[in-house]
Design a protein around this ligand. Structure first.
Ligand SMILES: *Cc1c(COP(=O)(O)O)cnc(C)c1O
Length: 368
């Protein structure tokens, strides 16, 4: 037998330069670090819904008799329900276990070694990790001081190797959406334009840019049930794509990407839309209260948001982000902080229940 030494088996070189995506701290990790019991933690760091799935989803999950069988890989029932919900034909829809996985798949479909994508920070950093994994690289076109996309700058930054332009709208973490005219201008570039609409249900335009998908060969819209429908733990998302890209996705996807539980919960969500949308409305109302509360703290400047989260900047040189963090963690509150130097003085707060806003207010009042 020929045995090889460790050095002979090397990973792809791209992995050496790839920074892994750093998710928000989990309940278990925070509880282990602080000793605070999980039931007492107020988790406002990952934009999850405080309302959870609709009750009928919980019931249907308990009643299901087919967990021993593989799921329906055509997703016939869910595809039809999503077709109603989005107004698009089923041939435009691709499902996956979370929209993160759709980003992974899309990137691998389009990006070869040496290719580039346009990335407009501050935004969701997963886009860059997967780009590195593909051996491609990122062209950064920073947002303006108001966190708007500068379309002229984006168009000027394109090179022949640019395959994808990715825009999150409403943007995580800044909360602002992109204007339709800007999307149209980006589409004119002929590059694949990916609009990540993970938070679109919380915005003033809950239909987002889905209506444009059938009219363009190069527009991809990504959606998820994780945030508005309270299904983050069940991992279910979908893409709205031109049929030619949808077909490549289906070809490249592993079989049975979505599990039975994810299908069931998504189907129940769409069958009880009024209930879910009532929760969305509770969250958007609470977002206003949270905004005012953050604004009333002398050391914070919150930014208006159309997502279920608010970004706030620390504006007092005598207050350090570590102090804020220590104060809120004493109350068992988890917020999102950013390792990047450009967002060092910022925090992001997920909109929770009204009582979460109240406790956060108490904690923030203790800073200084
Ligand atoms: C939360 C989030 C997602 C959702 O990911 P899932 O894999 O569907 O849970 C996608 N994009 C952005 C920008 C997000 O913040």
């Amino acid at each position: 037998m020929y045995t090889i030494s460790q050095q002979d088996v090397s990973v792809r070189p791209e992995l050496e330069s790839m920074t892994a995506y750093l998710p928000g701290e989990s309940l278990v990790a925070f509880s282990t670090r602080t000793g605070i019991p999980i039931e007492q933690i107020i988790k406002l760091n990952s934009n999850e819904s405080p309302y959870g799935p609709v009750p009928s989803a919980i019931k249907a999950l308990g009643d299901c008799k087919n967990y021993n069988n593989y799921p329906d890989s055509d997703a016939t029932i869910l595809r039809a329900a999503l077709s109603d919900y989005t107004g698009l034909e089923g041939s435009h829809i691709v499902l996956s276990h979370g929209s993160n996985e759709l980003i992974n798949l899309l990137w691998h479909i389009f990006l070869s070694v040496g290719d580039t994508i346009i990335y407009c920070p501050p935004t969701f950093s997963l886009y860059t990790s997967i780009t590195s994994f593909c051996g491609a690289s990122v062209i950064e076109v920073p947002r303006t001081s108001e966190f708007e996309i500068d379309v002229e700058d984006v168009l000027a930054a394109l090179t022949p190797s640019t395959k994808l332009i990715v825009i999150c709208s409403p943007n995580n973490p800044t909360g602002n959406p992109i204007a339709e005219l800007d999307v149209l201008a980006l589409l004119e570039s002929g590059r694949i334009v990916v609009i990540d609409e993970a938070y679109v249900e919380f915005s003033q335009r809950p239909g987002g840019f889905a209506h444009l998908v059938p009219h363009y060969r190069n527009l991809v819209v990504l959606r998820t049930f994780s945030k508005w429908a309270g299904l983050a733990g069940l991992r279910i998302g979908y893409g709205l794509l031109p049929v030619w890209i949808a077909n490549y996705m289906l070809q490249a996807q592993c079989p049975f990407e979505v599990n039975v539980a994810g299908y069931i919960a998504a189907i129940e969500t769409l069958a009880h839309l009024e209930q879910v949308l009532a929760n969305v409305q509770r969250i958007t109302q609470e977002r206003e209260r949270l905004f005012d509360m953050l604004k009333s703290q002398s050391y914070l400047t919150p930014f208006p948001s159309q997502g279920n989260y608010i970004l706030a900047r620390l504006d007092d040189i005598y207050v350090k982000i570590e102090q804020v963090r220590a104060a809120v963690e004493e109350y068992g509150i988890l917020l999102r902080y950013f390792p990047k130097p450009s967002l060092q003085n910022y925090l992001r707060v997920t909109v929770g229940l009204p009582e979460h806003t109240d406790i956060l207010a108490q904690a923030l009042a203790r800073v200084r």
